[in-house]
Design a protein around this ligand. Sequence first.
Ligand SMILES: [Zn+2]
Length: 389
Amino acid sequence: MCNPFLPPLPVSLDDRTTLNAEQITNLLEVCLRTTYFVFNKEYYEQQNGAAMGSPVSLIVANLFMEHFEETALDTRFRLWKRYVDDIFCIIKSEFLDESLIFLNSLFPSIQLTSEVETNGSLPFLDVLVSRFDDGTMKTSVHRKSTHTDRYISYQSNHAPHVKKGIVKCLVRRTYNLSSESSLKNEIDHVRSVSSINGYPRSIVDKVKHELKKKKKQVDTTTLNKDPVATAIIPYVSTVSERIRKILWDYGIRTSFKTKTTLSNLLTKIKDPTSNENKVGAVYKIMCECGDFYIGESGRALGIRIKEHKSACEQGYFTKSPLAEHVWQEGSHVIHWNQVKLLDFSQGMVERKVKETIYNMSPNNLTMNRDSGMELSPLVLRAARGHSHK
Ligand SMILES: [Zn+2]
């Protein structure tokens, strides 16, 4: 029977796909059983649970928890609200211990712990729920005791809209999560936090005003036009904002990325892939005479280099321009151990463009036979500005 605590599904499987339940289960099985990862150059297979970061994990986790709830829930639970694995629940205190033992006996992999209210307050996600003796409740923003109220400093090299976005997010969250009675305190808190982080005094009121205005606009008119494309460019103070404005006139949305951050300087979560295994490389192979060959490959770099090598040994000119060079020049020595990785990209077109640009050697030392892709004069002019490594 369907659990009365759960809402009914809006449409049936047949409405959504031509695959049947068994096929979907089989495909899901493949996704869930083929997770592996590399640590200290050893390969590991995941035995239990769903892979972190996989798009299917959240869905499977939710499916499982729904199954769990169908088995577990009964009338002892006055209210049961769950977000992924966080549950907010109202239960009479005399039922608490036995219910927890019961819930934890259902599946060995699901072991819940409980946290009870202190002074009538209990946090759930980022909301602090408080109840009063007269039966009323209020909500406010919950901050962990370890929260430092530290955000990107106003002096930091970030686009102004990013910094404003932080204040916007704080103000919006305050309005979304606070009851009427806690609103004033919460806004005061946002004010003091933004001033601690160096933001101008007026910013909170400005943002409040903008959010109100925007809400009116959304209510009365249709949403902004959809962008035709998105451009991702590095953030360089003032220049990038100008580019963003120009692009928006053509319907292109711009997103900025900050290349060097402390986080990517200091953290290396995965084992680095050795150059040999790098896929999508633009590479440079040098000859002893100073001539060089620049190529790109969608496969592992090590395999492509081996192919060049064997073409050189056997004299297959069609397979590698390096072979032609070596044989015509009378056994020049190629520096196979010093192959340089110039760049890499998963996209073929991007690689071809990069290969062409790197190949624009001023002294004509490249062995490449064709001039590569046809690039716009603008790109060529920009590329000539910086000669290759
Ligand atoms: Zn040579």
